[in-house]
Ligand binder design. Sequence first.
Ligand code: PLP
Length: 417
Amino acid sequence: MRSQDLFKESKKYLPGGVDSPVRAYEPYPFFAERANGSHIYDVDGRDYVDYCLAYGPMVLGHANPKVTEAVKEQIELGSAYGVPTEKEIELAKLVIKKVPCADMVRFVNSGTEATMSAIRLARAYTGRKKIVKFEGSYHGAHDYVLVKSGSGAMGLPDSPGVPEETTKNTILIPFNDYDAVTQLINNQKEDIAAIIVEPVMGNIGCIPPKEGYLNFLREITNDNNIVLIFDEVITGFRLAEGGAQEYYGVTPDLVTMGKILGGGFPMGSLAGKKEYMEMIAPSGNVYQAGTFNGNPISVSAGLATLKQLNNNFYKELSVKGDYLREGITNIIDEQDLQYQIAGLSSMFQLYFTNREVMDYNDAKTSHTDSFTKYFHKLMDSGVFIPPSQFECCFISLSHGEEELEHTLDAIKQALKD
Ligand SMILES: *Cc1c(COP(=O)(O)O)cnc(C)c1O
């Protein structure tokens, strides 16, 4: 069956025809047949250079041979045990070695679970209830953080079914704004358990922090005994071996990770300083549990992925990112357009607005109809980016010169049209 027919069929059985909202777009999404390296192939026989990369995880490209080998080896030995394995220790050690704030780690199944648990831990640690999040940031699909959230939910009202009692302790402020943080903390410092932040916002496009902003958050949280949580579900193992905290040289108290960590399999983690992590059950009494936590397949894929990352790896990724961003900037200038190219390292997005994008309100000025046309034009040229203005494009190590050149040609043509 072709994608068009499959979508018709799937809508009968899956709400909206998909298992996660951003995947559905008009007139119908392509259905994947397979993926390899930087390419994804659909059931209609088409081949796309992939900048969605499963929304971030596939930093080595699809079907990396070492990851595939590790998973095959593990699957022969069983896929879930419900008892600990030596590989969990190995992966934990590797995470702790790479990530500055990590003394200990708890493996969970998704980024959503990671942030949910990190917030619980911060509340338990401080004995306070309120958490602060930034407008347009996305920390997964659980109730506490589903307020003015990025990722798919962007532009929609907040979700029905989330009781206001649940979100009344979630305070929203604009990203990259110094005064908003200072004022808030001056007024409510005794009540605030944690600030949770995506160090680079990756769920309303791509918005890096202003220079010094993360340092500022670190200092003000330190001074007021507020837990600083970096949600590095995207940036972890993407910006540097140690994530955004290494890249920017700012160490949070807790970090949540996911996406790349599982090497293409479901996984998340919560990590941080020992004094926090030892509060988690069974070492402490802050409850956290999961049937599939530390799943041996995910752990094997994660290990095989993380072992391939080093400084050179990130240098190479950055070179590719710079090449694309510079190329797009040239195209914008040549065609005398007022669009914004945003991003850093292997993350980028093009905003259809003449306003520099520093926060959620700037991002919302983007002309999303133009983005949608751009998206479809790129698809016609065999380039797949996430179908929403408010997602981020990713580059993998497998993206070669040929793919990057082809992409710039496609972007040039799409913007011209
Ligand atoms: C994707 C994402 C999450 C949620 O992770 P899931 O594995 O989809 O639950 C949380 N935080 C950020 C920053 C993300 O990008």
